[in-house]
Design a protein around this ligand. Structure first.
Ligand code: SF4
Length: 362
């Protein structure tokens, strides 16, 4: 769906009164209309016009895969130019509904452990294409939970968290990403609290500096994945452009300026970055910062990396915590549905479509 500003401009250009934009936003974002024709507050001729000239979702949904327990829903979206990207809805048992969005088609950063990295960079997604991934899952929840705009309690029935950890490096598509965040945050649109939106970067220093000056109070997660420059460089080529020292210095500035906490993401790769020495080096590197560490169990793919396993993750966690640094271990959902970043899209491109994928019936 085009942004509210674009919608107002469009209506103005077409000679339609501005108040219609509120009715359209209400119909799409609050009442879950999937076609303009469903927005009954609009006159029929306007509905027909919108139906012919605009679209609510900027893409087609090619596949939707649901885990057997229903906690994870992964969707493969086909953009108007045929590009494939994926988004994931994670329904946590505590009631949170979190959507992991993609910000680019493919990714040029080539982290060795990542399926998306093997696709290479195709193009940036537009603000609309990014925000629509959240709109799609918000509508999915409305449909499957029977939520209506009049429900006094919308908890568990709407998307309430967003993380930019799907395909692509969001900070190499900064303007579109921030524009999509504003749509997600806008109370007339998705109304998701800015503090419930997390931007995740592999360490694009200039964009971290830009974010310091943005008044939106979003969360920042940094995929650090290694405690030394040498190790980081060995599987994250971006470290050649922005060294670990430069990244850490920038993050210290970020924390000082914004008083916000940084989340360090650390994917646990067996025999690569999961040793007690790495844990101590990581803790030494970030101790004293307003931060926390999120250890990520690796979803094994065909790329040859192995999951560190629970006992090594627990040992790593204990060491980092002994430095008074809070540590969490990410709950990993959807292992059985090509859960790794970009895996579904890569499989589709290579014609290996997942066996349990069901084609969308609607
Ligand atoms: S991990 Fe993120 S930054 Fe690295 S290649 Fe994959 S999508 Fe790109």
């Amino acid at each position: 769906m085009i942004t509210p500003t674009e919608l107002i401009d469009y209506l103005k250009q077409e000679g339609v009164p501005a108040y219609r934009s509120r009715q359209i936003l209400q119909g799409v974002y609050k009442e879950g209309a999937r076609t303009f024709d469903e927005i009954e507050t609009l006159p029929k001729d306007l509905r027909d016009k919108l139906q012919a000239e605009l679209s609510i979702l900027s893409f087609e949904v090619l596949k939707e895969v649901t885990s057997p327990n229903g906690e994870t829903v992964k969707a493969l979206f086909k953009m108007s130019d045929g590009a494939l990207v994926e988004g994931v809805l994670m329904r946590f048992r505590d009631g949170r509904n979190s959507v992991c969005v993609s910000s680019q088609v493919g990714c040029g950063l080539k982290c060795s452990f990542c399926a998306t990295g093997t696709m290479g960079f195709k193009r940036n997604l537009t603000s609309e294409e990014i925000a629509d991934q959240v709109l799609y899952f918000d509508q999915y929840l409305k449909r499957t939970t029977g939520a209506t705009a009049k429900d006094p309690d919308q908890s568990g029935k709407r998307v309430d968290h967003v993380i930019f950890m799907g395909m692509g490096e969001p900070f190499l598509n900064y303007e579109a990403v921030m524009s999509s965040v504003r749509t997600m945050n806008n109370p007339d649109c998705l109304g998701i609290a800015s503090r419930s939106i997390t931007l995740s970067t592999s360490g694009i220093v200039p964009s971290i500096k830009k974010l310091m000056d943005d008044p939106l109070q979003v969360n920042l997660a940094v995929s650090i994945h290694a405690p030394t420059q040498e190790l980081r460089k060995s599987f994250m080529p971006i470290a050649n452009a922005y060294s670990l020292d430069e990244l850490i210095a920038t993050l210290k500035d970020y924390i000082k300026k914004t008083h916000r906490r940084v989340s360090y993401e650390y994917v646990m790769l067996r025999d690569i970055n999961d040793s007690p020495t790495c844990a101590r080096q990581l803790a030494e590197l970030i101790r004293g910062q307003r931060c926390h560490v999120n250890l990520i169990p690796y979803n094994e793919t065909y790329l040859g990396f192995s999951n560190a396993g629970k006992s090594r993750i627990d040992a790593f966690r204990e060491i980092v915590e002994s430095y008074d640094i809070p540590v969490t271990v990410r709950v990993s959902l959807g292992q059985d549905i090509s859960a790794a970043c970009g895996q579904l899209a890569v499989e589709e491109e290579e014609g290996k479509g997942s066996a349990n994928a069901k084609l969308m019936a609607e």
